[in-house]
Design a protein. Structure first.
Length: 95
């Protein structure tokens, strides 16, 4: 799955579910994905929660091949800010 594929899926999920908080994925050199009540953008804007993750591991997370808690414990993703916002991500990805 490419970075563009991930952005497409998140936009599709956000349209169906809606997202009331601000969550940012920092995928390093691949870019940023910012989710907010206004939609999904590729801007580096302030967020309630930031998840630092590689595009490869974000793909695994979306496909259900990477458990979020295991990912944190193994250092495959880092959560900063309000972790409760990150917990809402499951509903968005199922959308």
């Amino acid at each position: 799955m490419t970075f563009d594929d991930i952005v497409y899926l998140m936009r599709k999920g956000a349209e169906k579910v809606g997202f009331s908080d601000r969550l940012k994925f920092d995928c390093g050199a691949d870019g940023m994905i910012h989710l907010s009540p206004d939609g999904v953008t590729l801007a580096d804007e302030p967020a309630d929660c930031t998840i630092r993750i590689s595009t490869e591991n974000l793909t695994k997370l979306i496909k259900g091949e990477l458990n979020p808690m295991t990912g944190v414990m193994m250092g495959k993703l880092k959560v900063s800010g309000n972790p409760a916002v990150a917990m809402k991500l499951a509903a968005l990805l199922k959308g």
